[in-house]
Design a protein around this ligand. Structure first.
Ligand SMILES: Cc1cc2nc3c(=O)[nH]c(=O)nc-3n(C[C@H](O)[C@H](O)[C@H](O)COP(=O)(O)OP(=O)(O)OC[C@H]3O[C@@H](n4cnc5c(N)ncnc54)[C@H](O)[C@@H]3O)c2cc1C
Length: 426
């Protein structure tokens, strides 16, 4: 069970993680990793009871090592201590909980802003993957400028009544709870009239409709709210201060999308760049050789910038623009990498046999997380979303221009006007 391990030495933490994995991974798993037997790992992963594993892993605290142990999931570790246990989990390619939005953003936002009661209510379910979370920010008329959103929340006694529409909501079809940003005061400028709630995705009036992507998967959805009731006790932060709460979510989103916040990393066999180098070491085409080297450099730069951000957090500093640097870098590097993989594969690069990660019935396709079913074409198509999701590359460049280079702010004539007076479509 989760316990406060913050006083343990680095060696003790490594030993704790190794012992826990030895006692809990299926028999033969660690030996197969040590022997480099990827086929055996795939077999063991397919045979593994996914949710049962996620529950045990979450309760151990290893899925969310920086979370306070007192809420039933977490080891109360600093980011650098967490890195030690994460490295052990990565080395042994533990199966990842699919609740990446809950673990990467929902939990950190709850920890920063929720009441003690809500922390006890929500954190364990997020860490164990038993309660999937989604992020209900973007709307048809508010994506990059999410502060302009139109979904309304009106107070009714001890409750709020929500009506409106969200879009691009990843995992909403599987989610138990959502992080909802809604407009509670249209008479003040757009950033000031927002309030942040946790919403029960099973509440009456919530309708989720899937949207199909380029890859054929339906990872994200439209979500409609028709007079959905939310208790005031499920509000995070003060009324009208939702933008500040949303910043906590967005900062954590950038860090988690860049790979820096990844608690257990990628459970696939090898890093894509290592796979490319292993397969194409002898390639003669100078252009492709140059692109392989560039992909290796990209990977190192993202890793070093992530390390820089981790060191900053270790010193107790807040996550700053580093998240935007690595989000921008890793999104663009990932697209170059998967374009390269398709080019290197030649005719086979257009072949299509990947299985979706999440099936139509909402169950996880365990085999899909292993390399054999990840075709170059699927990864190439999925990577197109990297420079849009979590904030576009243009928006990341705006943030870096303003916050790192000190350039003048992007002009925004609607910034100080009452939201209701800002012209909008529809
Ligand atoms: C795979 C995927 C998953 C997603 N999951 C979620 C989710 O779970 N929850 C959620 O809330 N949202 C989610 N999103 C939405 C995502 O955050 C938005 O798509 C993104 O913020 C861009 O908003 P938009 O699509 O409305 O584009 P717009 O904001 O309309 O932008 C259109 C274009 O204009 C550019 N642009 C806009 N403003 C500026 C500016 N000021 N300066 C320069 N260029 C600008 C943009 O860079 C872009 O190229 C997801 C998106 C994708 C692709």
């Amino acid at each position: 069970m989760a316990a406060d391990l913050s006083a343990r030495s680095n060696d003790e933490l490594r030993e704790y993680a190794l012992t826990w994995l030895r006692d809990n991974l299926p028999a033969g798993w660690m030996e197969a990793i040590d022997a480099g037997d990827s086929a055996r790992i795939s077999e063991l992963r397919v045979a593994q009871d996914y949710q049962e594993w996620c529950t045990r892993f979450g309760e151990s605290g290893l899925a969310t090592p920086t979370w306070p142990a007192e809420y039933g999931a977490g080891l109360s570790l600093s980011p650098s201590q967490a890195r030690i246990v994460a490295d052990v989990c990565n080395r042994y390619r533990v199966t990842r909980p699919m609740n990446i939005i809950g673990i990467g953003m929902g939990g950190p936002t709850v920890i920063a802003w929720a009441s003690e009661e809500l922390k006890h209510r929500f954190l364990r379910g997020i860490a164990t993957n038993e309660e999937i979370w989604c992020q209900l920010f973007s709307e048809p008329g508010a994506g990059s400028d999410v502060s302009g959103l139109a979904t309304r929340a009106e107070r009714d006694g001890d409750e709020w009544v929500v009506t409106g529409q969200k879009v691009w909501t990843s995992l909403a079809h599987l989610s138990r709870y959502g992080m909802l940003l809604a407009r509670t005061d249209p008479d003040v400028p757009k950033h000031k009239g927002l309030t942040y709630f946790v919403v029960d995705m099973h509440a009456p009036g919530v309708e989720v409709r899937p949207l199909r992507q380029l890859t054929g998967d339906a990872e994200f959805n439209e979500v409609f709210f028709e007079e959905v009731r939310i208790p005031d006790a499920w509000r995070l932060g003060p009324v009208g201060d939702g933008w500040r709460v949303a910043i906590t979510t967005l900062m954590n989103e950038r860090v988690s999308l860049s790979g820096a916040g990844s608690v257990i990393g990628d459970s696939s066999a090898v890093r894509p760049i290592d796979r490319i180098i292993a397969h194409h070491r002898g390639i003669a085409d100078p252009n492709l050789r140059q692109r392989i080297v560039q992909a290796w450099i990209d990977e190192r730069l993202v890793a070093l910038n992530n390390q820089r951000a981790t060191d900053k957090r270790r010193r107790g500093a807040e996550v700053g623009p580093e998240g935007s640097i690595t989000k921008l870098q890793s999104a663009e590097a990932n697209q170059r990498l998967h374009m390269l993989e398709v080019d290197l594969a030649g005719a086979a690069g257009v072949a299509w046999e990947g299985r979706p990660l999440v099936g139509g019935d909402g169950t996880m396709s365990y085999a899909a997380v292993d390399d054999t079913s990840r075709t170059a074409a699927r990864l190439f198509l999925r990577s197109r979303a990297n420079t849009i999701e979590g904030g576009t590359s243009e928006i990341m460049r705006n943030i870096l221009g303003e916050r790192v280079l000190g350039l003048p702010k992007d002009p925004d004539p609607s910034r100080d006007a009452a939201w209701k007076d800002v012209p909008r479509n529809g």
